[in-house]
Ligand binder design. Sequence first.
Ligand code: AMP
Ligand code: FE
Ligand code: FE
Ligand code: ZN
Length: 283
Amino acid sequence: MRIDLHTHSTASDGTCTPGELVRAAADAGLDVVAITDHDTTAGWAAAEAALPAGLTLVRGAELSCRWYAVDPPIALHLLAYLFDPSDAALAAELLRVRQAREHRAERMVDLLRADGIDVTWDEVRGYAAGGTVGRPHLAHALIARGLVGTVSEAFAPDWLGQRYRLPKADIDAFRAVDLVRGAGGVPVFAHPRASVRGRIVPDSLIVELAGAGLAGLEADHEDHTPEQRAHVRALAAELGLLVTGSSDFHGSNKTVTLGAQTTAPEAYHQIVAQARGLAPVAP
Ligand code: AMP
Ligand code: FE
Ligand code: FE
Ligand code: ZN
């Protein structure tokens, strides 16, 4: 069984529509794929409608979170699987985060314009095409101006990586775990040791999150070195957490391919067994 539990579509910052994503997942030889767009469930219905025979769909999301107990707070991503999308508390929080992302992107456009870079909010919003807006959409405006060559280059410190970056109004990490469990979902910490992305949280926070209901840790991810993967596995074993591996596919916004990293069937079955919100969909 080939299982990839972390992918993005045009409902956030991927470049495949949800339908294209599930067809590409089948073409890549996957048996199970999770759609985990940032802070939204908007791609679920189209993914389900287009699901090819032989492919199982796990409905999920990747929540923008932050550990606020340190100064400055540290951002982290929480994958949430098989939660009830009609849960009012979780749905309200996701809506709040998406709206704050729009406001933030608009202010980042203002910062660029103040430096004479003639991008517009309308244009950036157009790249997001109604999905959750993020820095990759701003990157496309910079590419269109010939200021950078790729989305990745736009994440350099001189651009969206630091100079024109503003913080998001992220969900408190403990509240996020609570909300996901409250909605019957299964929370897994995405790329917890990916120091290439910025500051990472200490193991002591992961211990606390495990005590608060965290289900698992993503170990195999392209942003983890072999040493970081081994560390995550050892920590998960110590804490009794399940371990996943996934591509974090973003279409052509990143170079990683579907199924580049996979999750063991035992871990997938544990996620399904813990879920109280939804079951996987198989056509
Ligand atoms: P945001 O959520 O708006 O802060 O943007 C962060 C998103 O940008 C992440 O979810 C990644 O998908 C994407 N991203 C971060 N770093 C890179 C990079 N070096 N190249 C391409 N995409 C990136
Ligand atoms: Fe992303
Ligand atoms: Fe992430
Ligand atoms: Zn992701």
